[in-house]
Design a protein around this ligand. Structure first.
Ligand code: AMP
Ligand code: GLY
Length: 434
């Protein structure tokens, strides 16, 4: 079978690596991929941008691709799956209509309200004056969200009224994100611990993947600006077996039933970003219609099942037949970024130390990397995700950081505390000798 992975980040490196490990897969193309995917066995990059649906469809036709798996949200929200279906080509990912769960936060909020899925109280505005006056009524802290896709930058957690007012004006008046800011959502600020709950869905059939937790803030101690994610680990001990059942009953099952009731067919990965409060109640912060990045890297390092088989089962509506196998160890990934990310950062810096690091139980997934003159250089904000297995999160953390310290380039940046919540829990439970 020939597979195509759409995207060029760390998540797509993990997808391509795991698909290539399947005996049924003879070749994996990645569009556009990165230096990491270029170096994997059975994997070849093709220089097509992930948003270029026309060229991707043409490529799939010309190469006779049997299975396409889409990493990022933009092509899904823009209808790549619909296009591939017209061509009778298998493409794993929701249709444009179903991807509205991520593509429009207003749609997602109304969906959750309609189907009684726990989330933060909210109101939607397209008028600056009304939004400002509601924000004043709410008072800080509150959360201001752009309705549409804004490359991960459309959410402002406002700790002061001035921050909220600025965010509202930037979206509605200054049109900072264009049409994505036609409407804003003002939402209650929720406290607790976040977790990522990602499933493979085929209409009413749901196959939950291993649990995980991301670290969105750029700096140690969850400080600094929000990013796409600075590191992740799996499993997330905040999700106890009892909470897992609760999430299935109160979030995942009502979501899948709700989609069905609304006449929306959903096939692909579905990611519920959750806030777990002190009482252990889950609330949905957002839906994503795709795998998380960097959550996928530690999750797939633990996945022992054949990924091509899982994808095929989802597309065939046969997920109920599948039982996934997971490595019982924990996995933890540290994102190494270019200094300055998520704002301005340099590219083209030579990365040293790669040859010495990529060996079991460590896997270095590439994101913003390219090959120039035979050397691997930086080409994006998030550059690598150094991922390791360990007997628990503490051990995985220690192994991952040993490798991080062997990797160098000009102004490389990483958080020193990925996994801190799980490590604190393990220490409190005596799972780790100090
Ligand atoms: P979203 O893209 O909606 O997940 O928001 C990005 C990040 O903003 C989340 O991962 C949270 O860290 C934060 N966030 C979003 N909504 C809320 C909320 N209602 N309360 C507190 N934090 C939030
Ligand atoms: N890591 C967060 C996301 O993929 O949206």
């Amino acid at each position: 079978m020939k597979a195509l992975v759409v995207g060029g980040g760390g998540r797509e490196h993990a997808l391509a690596w795991k698909l290539a490990a399947s005996r049924a897969v003879e070749k994996v193309y990645v569009a556009p991929g990165n230096a990491g995917t270029a170096r994997e066995q059975k994997v070849e990059n093709t220089p097509i941008a992930s948003a270029d649906i026309d060229s991707l469809a043409r490529f799939a036709e010309n190469q006779n691709i049997d299975l396409t798996v889409v990493g990022p949200e933009t092509p899904l929200v823009n209808g790549i799956t619909d296009r591939f279906r017209l061509l009778n080509r298998s493409c794993l990912g929701p249709t444009q209509n179903a991807a509205k769960l991520e593509g429009s936060k207003a749609f997602a909020k109304r969906f959750m309200e309609r189907h009684q899925i726990p989330n933060a109280r909210y109101q939607i505005f397209d008028n600056t004056g009304k939004a400002l006056s509601h924000a004043r009524k709410m008072g800080p802290p509150l959360v201001v969200k752009a309705d549409g896709l804004a490359a991960g930058k459309g959410v402002v957690v406002a700790h002061t009224l001035a921050q909220a007012e600025l965010a509202i004006r930037q979206l509605l008046d200054e049109r900072r994100f264009g049409a994505a800011g036609d409407r804003v959502i003002l939402e209650d600020f929720l406290t607790g611990e976040e977790a990522s709950f990602i499933c493979l869905v085929s209409n009413d059939q749901v196959l939950p993947l291993a649990t995980s937790q991301d670290h969105k803030a750029r700096d140690a101690g969850d400080a600094g600006p929000n990013t796409g994610g600075m590191g992740a680990y799996s499993p997330a001990p905040v999700i106890t077996p009892a909470l897992y059942e609760r999430i299935m009953q109160q979030v995942i099952e009502p979501t899948v039933r709700g989609l069905d009731r609304d006449g929306i067919s959903y096939t692909g990965f579905l990611y519920a970003g959750l806030m777990i409060d002190r009482q252990g109640s889950p609330r949905v912060l957002e839906y994503n219609c795709r795998l998380g990045d960097p959550e996928t890297q530690p999750i797939f390092l633990r996945l022992q099942s054949d990924l091509a088989e899982l994808c095929g089962a989802a597309l065939a509506g046969e997920l109920h037949r599948i039982k996934t196998q997971w490595d019982s160890r924990a996995a933890l990934g540290v994102v190494m970024a270019a200094g300055g990310y998520p704002s301005d950062y340099a590219t083209g810096d030579i990365i040293n130390g790669l040859m010495d690091t990529d060996d079991s139980p460590v896997k270095v997934f590439h994101a913003g990397t390219a090959i120039e003159g035979g050397r691997v250089v930086t080409s994006g904000g998030r550059v690598l995700c150094v991922t390791a297995l360990g007997d628990n999160v503490t051990a995985a953390q220690s192994t991952a950081y040993q490798s991080v310290h062997n990797l160098h380039w000009n102004q490389a940046y990483f958080r020193p505390d990925i996994g801190h919540r799980a490590v604190a829990r393990e220490q409190a439970n005596g799972a780790v000798s100090l």
